[in-house]
Design a protein around this ligand. Structure first.
Ligand SMILES: *Cc1c(COP(=O)(O)O)cnc(C)c1O
Length: 366
């Protein structure tokens, strides 16, 4: 049996050190807004390459806070438009609509599966205030063209880095440091995962960081004084301590993912299965390993019957969800085709090359 992802095995890789960190916080008696958050925020900002990191409750909140803070700072107002990939996890779009902003959906390129930068200029209107890019599946989505368009039109560049901790853009900077602000998720299954929910915003913008820190703490910068109507959305000390341990091993864990991915790229050879364009190793941290197959559902059932767990990312695109009737008018054939044909096969820091070989051999015999 090869699970899609065994969190138990992932945690066990660094189990003793994680347990020691948890014990330290439990024994210390300080559980929120303390030294563990301070240390992790400093270490993560340093890793990503930004001046600021603000921990918060989860990745969705991180993205919500970025747009909310831009509204509080007068950079955006409800009704303004944000360009966003149609092929993303719905949280990216929820963060936009949660703030009364309008998502403008743009198709991915069929080879990279990331936002098609050649379609961006046509999507920009008078009301556009930002482009949100998502480094989906762990693949860098940033291009020079995106940066140039943001500068030309005075748009904020917001990165959803929930799936790409440790990924780099072609010039060597890390994703999460190239835009004006980036949201990160530390959901347990992510490359840098907590033992529960967690998230963070990274940015070089001091005013934005200060605003987000207040918003995530009831809207308060000073005890019992409230500048904004915020919420309670903090990263707790136990999760921060766990994340600081796992951050030390992130590059090593990502290197293992790259080894598995290399094996997949070199050995998957079924005529009905295609793989996304292979990026330079620095530009992909392989959060997921998507494969494309017209007989996807049959392939998934066949793998399941043979003991291999897979997942679909994602079976229903955001514009086809019941919660978004206002997006139902979109016709997005590439995104819709991906929802029909994408299958994510096992990858992670704890799966062995032998297991990857078993997955490949099964796929090639499909
Ligand atoms: C996981 C994820 C999120 C949301 O993060 P949570 O911590 O689960 O709230 C946002 N965007 C993308 C692309 C994700 O994969």
């Amino acid at each position: 049996m090869i699970q899609f992802l065994s969190l138990k095995d992932v945690t066990a890789l660094h189990g003793e050190e994680i347990a020691a960190a948890v014990d330290r916080v439990v024994a210390g008696g300080w559980y929120l807004q303390g030294k563990e958050n301070e240390r992790f925020e400093a270490d993560y900002a340093n890793y990503i390459g930004t001046k600021h990191c603000v921990g918060c409750a989860n990745g969705l909140d991180a993205l919500i806070w970025i747009f909310r803070a831009y509204i509080e700072l007068g950079v955006m107002k409800p009704g303004d438009e944000v360009i966003v990939p149609a092929n993303t996890y719905i949280a990216t779009i929820l963060a936009i609509t949660e703030n009364g902003l309008q998502p403008v959906l743009v198709e991915p390129r069929p080879d990279t599966l990331e936002i098609d930068d050649s379609l961006l200029e046509a999507a920009i209107t008078e009301k556009t205030r930002a482009i949100a890019i998502v480094h989906l599946y762990g693949r860098n989505a940033y291009t020079e063209n995106i940066g140039a368009l943001c500068r030309k039109h005075g748009l904020k560049l917001v990165e959803d880095n929930a799936q790409a901790h440790g990924c780099r853009v072609p010039d060597g900077r890390r994703t999460g440091s190239i835009g004006d602000a980036a949201g990160h998720s530390f959901y347990p299954g992510k490359n840098l995962g907590a033992l529960g929910d967690g998230g963070a915003v990274t940015t070089n913008d001091q005013a934005l960081a200060d605003t987000i820190r207040a918003l995530a703490n009831y809207g308060s910068q000073k005890k019992y004084v409230f500048k904004y109507t915020g919420r309670n959305s903090r990263l707790d000390e136990i999760q921060a301590a766990v994340l600081d341990v796992k951050l030390k091993y992130l590059d090593e864990d990502n290197a293992h993912r790259k080894l598995i991915a290399k094996y997949y790229y070199e050995h998957i050879s079924h005529p009905l299965v295609s793989l996304p364009a292979r990026l330079d190793d620095a530009q992909n941290v392989y959060h997921l390993f998507p494969i494309i197959c017209q007989r996807r559902d049959q392939l998934q059932a066949y793998l399941k019957d043979n003991g291999v767990g897979t997942l679909i990312h994602y079976p229903i695109p955001p514009h086809r969800q019941e919660c978004y009737p206002e997006l139902a008018h979109y016709s997005l054939p590439i995104t819709e085709k991906l929802a029909q044909e994408e299958l994510s096969i096992p990858i992670g820091p704890a799966i062995s090359l032998e297991e990857a070989a078993e997955v490949v051999s099964l796929i090639n015999r499909f």
